[in-house]
Design a protein around this ligand. Structure first.
Ligand code: G3H
Ligand code: 13P
Ligand code: ZN
Length: 307
């Protein structure tokens, strides 16, 4: 069943768990994520970035999701990840997405509010919730001083004002996570005090954690073993993700871990069977690797068994 994020978040907030928001790219990633969530009885957010929408095309992606909804009795939300314009959000809303993100985090505060409000004014009458972002995603080293950190991470008081004035339904916060496979140069650290303060300012309000992949060592090692070059790749330790899920974070975004699982499996087949050229023989193992990884993640997030 296609669902909105509002009802998923209400249950997640009260149950102190987070919903996994996994980026899809193609048929194999979609199948793997949906099957994992179905087998673990977990509510699911499938998210599509602007880049993926250009790569795979809206119609293909929606038909893939339609097939998943037909085959599996599972609550699935369809979300635009990092929308960068009103026009893109409108097109996704008109095209059947159940929620959208408008990312104005690079803009000055007032401009970010205005952009979010414009999307909210279009989305809400159509029953579509809107995610926004305040603060900049970045891993910050120990030596960075407090004022530099304050300039980058989400300010709790501003977060409250931002939500009230923009009308957004969930807020992505910056507390030390970042996108990609290189999140920390030294020991991983998130600003949990700040997260708790944001939650205090915005009680009963769903927060979102982007850049939340754990960059699992197993897949980095496999990539490197079979010809990859990912020296020093490091993600957010899973215990930190589990802690955030209990501190007001209702949606956890994961893409890099999917990419790594897929790439590791494909590299392994290519290295071990150089005579193999049937795409099903390497995309199949890639799909299996993603599925196993997602099943594990759903337990880390605490959403397994909550569908
Ligand atoms: O946050 C970014 C997601 O990983 C999507 O990445 O823009 O390369 O599709 P992308
Ligand atoms: P990762 O790069 O940590 O997987 O983050 C994905 C994300 O935030 C998508 O919006
Ligand atoms: Zn993101």
């Amino acid at each position: 069943m296609k669902v909105g994020t509002k009802e998923l978040f209400e249950k997640a907030y009260n149950g102190k768990y987070a919903i996994g928001a996994f980026n899809i790219n193609n048929m194999e990633t979609t199948q793997a994520i949906v099957e994992a969530a179905y087998e673990e009885k977990a509510p699911l957010i499938l998210q599509i970035s602007r880049g993926t929408r250009s790569y795979a095309k809206h119609a293909y992606l929606m038909k893939l999701i339609e097939a998943a909804l037909e085959m599996y009795d599972l609550p699935i939300a369809v979300h635009l990840d990092h929308g960068d314009s009103f026009e893109l959000c409108k097109s996704c809303i008109d095209g059947g997405f159940t929620s959208v993100m408008i990312d104005g985090s690079h803009l000055p505060f007032e401009e970010n509010i205005n952009l979010v409000k414009q999307v909210v004014d279009y989305a809400h009458p159509r029953g579509v919730p809107v995610e926004a972002e305040l603060g900049r995603l970045a891993g910050i080293e120990e030596h960075v001083n407090v004022s530099d950190r304050d300039a980058i991470y989400t300010n709790p008081k501003e977060a409250k004002e931002f939500v009230e004035r923009s009308g957004c339904d969930s807020l992505a916060v910056a507390i030390g996570t970042s996108h990609g496979a290189y999140k920390f140069k030294s020991t991983p650290k998130l600003d949990f005090d700040r997260l708790a303060e944001i939650e205090k300012e915005l009680p009963d309000y769903p927060l979102v954690l982007h850049g939340a992949s754990s960059v699992l060592k197993e897949f980095v090692d496999l990539c490197n073993k079979y010809g990859g070059e990912l020296p020093g790749a490091q993600g957010v330790p899973e215990e930190m993700i589990a802690r955030a899920a209990k501190t007001g974070v209702c949606k956890v975004n994961i893409d890099t871990d999917l990419r790594l699982a897929m790439t590791a499996a494909i590299r392994q087949v290519f290295a071990e069977k150089p005579d193999e050229f049937d795409p099903r023989k390497y995309l199949g193992p890639a799909r299996d690797a993603i599925k196993d990884m997602v099943k594990h993640k759903l337990h880390v997030l605490g959403c397994a068994g909550k569908a």
